[in-house]
Design a protein around this ligand. Sequence first.
Ligand code: ATP
Ligand code: MG
Length: 434
Amino acid sequence: MRLSSCFMPTLRENPAEAQITSHRLMLRAGLIRQTSAGIYIWLPLGLRVLHKIEQIVREEQDRAGAQEILMPTIQSAELWQESGRYEAYGKEMLRISDRHGREMLYGPTNEEMVVDLFRNDIKSYKDLPKMLYHIQWKFRDEIRPRFGIMRGREFLMKDNYSFDIDAEAGRISYNKMYVAYLRTFARLGLVAIPVRADTGAIGGDLSHEFQILAETGESTLYYDKAIEKFELATLTGDIDPDSIEKLQSLYAMEEEKHDPDNCPVAPEDLRSAKGIEVGHIFFFGTKYSEPMNARVTGPDGKLVPVEMGSYGIGVSRLVGALIEAGHDDNGIIWPEVVAPYKVGLINLRLKDADCTAACDDLYHRLTDAGVEVLYDDRDMGAGGKFADMDLIGLPWQLIVGPRGLKDGMVELKCRASGAREQLSLEAALSKLGA
Ligand code: ATP
Ligand code: MG
């Protein structure tokens, strides 16, 4: 992509409305623009990051055996009346009526709809287990939308729903998702602490929140440092069920539930940090299948309500969480797997014919090799180009100027470490994978 024809409205100054780093940087780097409270337009660079995160989330869902569907954003109130949540959900639900006066709503989540889908088509234990997910926009009329897309009103969520014949099988599905979550966050370069969450009234339920460690997190966590070690192990092969349950038994609590006098973890092994909730998994049994009459015949021929879990990831919130975890004073530092482009190619002197010819050639050879390049071919000073490139945080900067070119050299800068290398054009190309 040539920057001269790109829509990338960067800002020099910090926008007054943004209170936390990720919100400031998302506005300054031209990733998003607000259209009304808690509702944002995703601009080209921001959308590329969102899509890449979405794809990693999708791959790990598929790997765990879930199947992708796409349910609508607009739902009929009837299903929610059946489950009893239409009244209970309160003001966070955006309620709409259509031209016939029928009550509709913009979905804050999809349990009811997926239960309805299930009960119409699945009748026997032989069709179980099933895991169905989608990646779809949600609307929650949050009382205090804030921190940009971190707590928006409209946001992108991956939500998965598991269906099993009994609670034991349900637990297996739950554990599969638990591992899928650890893998997803590890692939994004994030340490996610699975915190045992309270599920309220329904006994026997199981729930974990996945919290990314970041100074601006909304919750304070206390956890056994052994969790971090497990984290690293999750990417290296298949984890056996015993070690999952061992990991789940390690201590991790939100501050409100942490009792220092009765903490089972030795003080030297206890860590405390702020966290951002990026995912939440539940096993809730027959909470929806019972009232909505989603039953299957078991091996003995008897009808039983299906056992369910639901599993959410805040895909759009992850964009902010990644920035909270990766930035410096100059801007964003993207992990390569989600960066909008891998390389920023900086032409220091557009008016110099040799310099521009060399840049054009590098651009074509990189893009032909499948390397994603953002080519700064704008007619402006070097200072502004460097500042923009640091701000948008691409992993590599390939800097080309007339002086170096005379000796056949270009400069390659690593955004994360700041390290700079003088290389021949060929060496730079091969280092970048072309
Ligand atoms: P929170 O406590 O942050 O409001 P929640 O418990 O309401 O989250 P869930 O219903 O479990 O969230 O939704 C699954 C995931 O969706 C959350 O873990 C979070 O990452 C994301 N999410 C929830 N609400 C928002 C929001 N308003 N804006 C952006 N992401 C959100
Ligand atoms: Mg909420």
